[in-house]
Design a protein around this ligand. Structure first.
Ligand code: DX5
Ligand code: ZN
Length: 221
């Protein structure tokens, strides 16, 4: 099992002062910055692209930037995100015609590669590519919006993917995204997640350090 990572999703941050929000959440104990990219095509919402990622790097953000691509097609935008300072790039298999090729493309640009499974996407999509991945990201909401409720079937899915990862013996992260809160993160961790995205639970809280501290304490048990 990998070390615990809390990755606030900046989708719920105040975009009018994004640099300051990211500085504050990192100072409050966040480990990564989760960066949700939506194209109004693969998902019904439109957010941010490589320019904003680059702006955060120029602002001085040195923490890992965890880019979650909800775009179709995927490959065209990968080099731009690598150049913009992405640390890891995750994509949905439904949005790529050649999943293995996209994984190799991400790695060839010096980034870690993740595959994202929607709530109804079967886990057997991992069968022939898992060992090439640095991370599996399980969606516990349907992608497109922050602030949705955690879908409980994600717990069983986490348990099954945790077993698959453990069988490889490789340091592959298991990330969960959607509806993660201080009061459900313990059972999510117990099901096998080591990397936790949380948007509204952190950015809607009055004290970022308080909520991140509660999340880390709950994971430790
Ligand atoms: C949804 C995004 C999530 C989302 C999480 O498509 O991938 O990262 O912003 O937000 P919360 O934690 O509010 O569910
Ligand atoms: Zn996300």
């Amino acid at each position: 099992m990998q070390s615990t990572v809390i990755a606030p999703s900046i989708l719920s941050a105040n975009f009018a002062r994004l640099g300051e929000e990211v500085d504050n959440v990192l100072a409050a104990g966040a480990d990564w910055v989760h960066f949700d990219v939506m194209d109004n095509h693969y998902v019904p919402n439109l957010t941010i692209g490589p320019l904003v990622c680059e702006a955060l790097r120029k602002h001085g953000v040195t923490a890992p930037i965890d880019v979650h691509l909800m775009v179709e097609p995927v490959d065209r935008i990968v080099p731009d995100f690598a150049k913009a300072g992405a640390s890891m790039i995750s994509f949905h298999p439904e949005a790529s015609a050649h999943v293995h090729r996209t994984v190799q493309l991400i790695k060839s640009h010096g980034c870690q590669a993740g595959l994202v499974l929607n709530p109804a996407t079967p886990i057997d999509v991992l069968d022939w590519v898992l060992e090439d991945l640095d991370m599996v990201l399980l969606m516990s909401v349907n992608p497109g919006f922050g602030g949705q409720s955690f879908i409980p079937s994600a717990l069983e899915k986490l348990r099954r993917v945790r077993q698959m990862i453990d069988r490889t013996g490789k340091p592959i992260r298991l990330e969960i995204d959607g509806g993660v809160k201080a009061d459900n993160i313990a059972e999510i961790a117990a099901a096998g997640a080591d990397t936790f995205v949380a948007g509204s639970a952190i950015f809607n809280a009055p004290d970022y350090a308080d909520v991140i501290g509660k999340m880390k304490a709950a994971v430790k048990g």
